[in-house]
Design a protein around this ligand. Structure first.
Ligand SMILES: *Cc1c(COP(=O)(O)O)cnc(C)c1O
Length: 386
């Protein structure tokens, strides 16, 4: 069994559970993104802060020159604190509260991705009070399904996100009558953990149609934002450490018909940070059940909720043992039956005190941690600091 390489001696001194971020891999991933986008005119990548807002991780990403995609006022604050320039921040969300809109206005963020007319009216009103003009993109629901988990598709007509295609022109017209908002583009996001490039192609086709429609009404679109959603290999974090960014960006280059001078924005979250992060946990007990054995660990669904929430798979490695593999149910200490990280999975024989690594946990891991059962939040460490 090929395992990730971890500084186990150093790990022994750190209280478990904790997150570990391989910043070398993160930087390599960011270089791979920049290498591909440099090939295409007008491509701009924003990092979706909601995937992981650890300040040290954000700082590395900001240094690579990416912008930030935020979905709350707290994320705008975190992005600015980490060093992202405000003019590279985009802000989406179906329910922006007044203080969050005011924060975006005060900081002069690049744009608000607006999801409804009532929201547009409030942004206009709040901007007027400040004597500002807010740049807005409209988030259009493209009614494109993504072949991913039902809870993480966002681009279907039945989802709560965005403005229906049929309302697009009316909303743009509406904006043109308002003095304190400026329409600068269209925004889309169809879902997460998408590995079938055909889904992104379907989005491109839809955008091409919408662009034609708008052009026939002489509406100019300066920016197209296609959101994020590129998936990672949860099954093979050691072999497929860096997502196929070439295939991803080339798909857009091939299928999306950009107009001269038009900018194409991306909002990648998971694909940037998932593989660099692992949740490190200690085996507390090995318990023989009636027909199976359990490895009971000190991390639980409060530290990494994806398996309980989405039935998500995370590869689990015993990084302290080379003994032959045995099958375990790896479970946490939380008082919930869904507090299970893996059922009947083969890992090297476990003993009390062994460290296990739950791989590909850099995205939607630490940031989704909770204090249920009065637990402490896990701490995230980057390679340089341990
Ligand atoms: C969550 C989200 C993203 C990032 O999604 P990933 O699947 O992590 O790439 C991008 N844009 C918006 C609007 C989002 O809500």
């Amino acid at each position: 069994m090929i395992k990730g390489k971890f500084p186990i001696d150093k790990f022994q001194k750190i209280p478990t559970p904790f997150y570990y971020y391989d910043t070398d891999l993160l930087r390599e991933t960011l270089r791979a993104i920049n290498k591909e986008t440099e090939k295409h005119e007008g491509y701009i990548v924003h990092y979706a802060v909601k995937a992981n807002a650890n300040p040290k991780v954000l700082n590395v990403i900001c240094q690579a020159g990416l912008g930030a995609d935020c979905v709350s006022g707290g994320e705008i604050e975190a992005a600015i604190k980490a060093g992202f320039p405000a003019n590279k921040i985009v802000y989406a969300g179906v329910g922006k509260s007044d203080w969050e809109i005011n924060l975006g206005l005060d900081k002069d963020i690049f744009c608000f991705n607006v999801e409804s007319i009532p929201e547009l009216e409030i942004i206009n009103e709040l901007a007027e009070k400040k004597g500002k003009i807010a740049q807005v993109c409209f988030r259009i629901n493209p009614n494109v399904g993504a072949h991913t988990h039902a809870n993480i598709t966002t681009g279907l007509a039945e989802n709560k996100f965005g403005i229906a295609m049929g309302d697009m022109e009316r909303v743009i017209e509406e904006a043109s009558t308002m003095k304190n908002v400026k329409f600068i583009g269209l925004h889309f996001h169809i879902g997460s953990q998408i590995l079938d490039m055909g889904d992104f192609e379907a989005l491109c086709n839809r955008i091409n149609d919408l662009q034609k429609q708008l052009e026939s009404h002489r509406i100019v679109v300066e920016n197209i934002n296609v959101g994020g959603g590129l998936g990672v290999s949860y099954g093979h974090p050691n072999h497929l450490q860096i997502p196929d960014f070439k295939d991803y960006f080339d798909t857009y280059a091939r299928k999306l018909k950009l107009r001269p001078g038009q900018k194409l924005h991306f909002e990648l979250g998971r694909a940037v940070v998932a593989q660099c992060g692992s949740l490190i946990t200690r085996v507390l007990y090995v318990k023989e059940g009636v027909c199976k054995q359990f490895a009971i660990v000190d991390a639980g669904m409060t530290d990494l909720i994806r398996p309980a929430l989405y039935n998500a798979y995370h590869r689990i490695e015993n990084i302290c043992s080379d003994e032959p593999e045995e099958a375990y149910d790896v479970v946490g200490p939380i008082c919930e039956s869904s507090d299970v990280f893996g059922k009947a999975i083969d890992i090297n024989k476990c003993h009390r005190g062994d460290l296990l690594a739950l791989r590909s946990a850099g995205a939607y891991g630490e940031i989704m941690a909770s204090q249920y059962n009065c637990r402490k939040l896990p701490i995230g460490y980057i390679k340089e600091e341990i």
